[in-house]
Design a protein around this ligand. Sequence first.
Ligand SMILES: [Fe+2]
Length: 178
Amino acid sequence: MRDVTLLSIFEHRITQKYVKRAGMSHAIAVAYHAFNLSKEYGVDPDLATKAAFLHDIGHYTWYRNGKWDYELYKKNDIHAIKGAERAHKLLIRLGEHPEKAKKIALAILLHTDSYLPQGELTLEPLQKVVAKADEMDEEPKGNHHYRTIDDEKARTLIGKLDKKIEQELKQHNEIANC
Ligand SMILES: [Fe+2]
């Protein structure tokens, strides 16, 4: 039913390196929010949770003189662009269907507009879900990026979410086949 699970994404070294850089606890919380919102918005929970889990995979560490520099980040950040590309490459490598990988990458690209020129964007429901899920976990001063979680707990939560998604998709298919 699903070509790629969240757990297989979690275990990959690229995820371990880059999602951890932006905060594994935040990524998992956003994936759970996206799962809950996906029902409300009628979007595929598999796509919503993958995009949410990977939405910050493109972050770079903007340091000056050994300290995090918010001004430097604000001026130069392209984490949504970098993240869309990095997540797409990872998903394809893991065996994700190209159509799904593209939808996920686009939702990552548009999860924030902080790097875009001013203007109105009309987001699709999947893109809205990921942006909203991210906002729901945001803390002042970007503190959500610094919350920590140990590997075992993270793995357990990801495994539980995989089960919830599979249940949801199964239920959905049963209703569709009635
Ligand atoms: Fe985020």
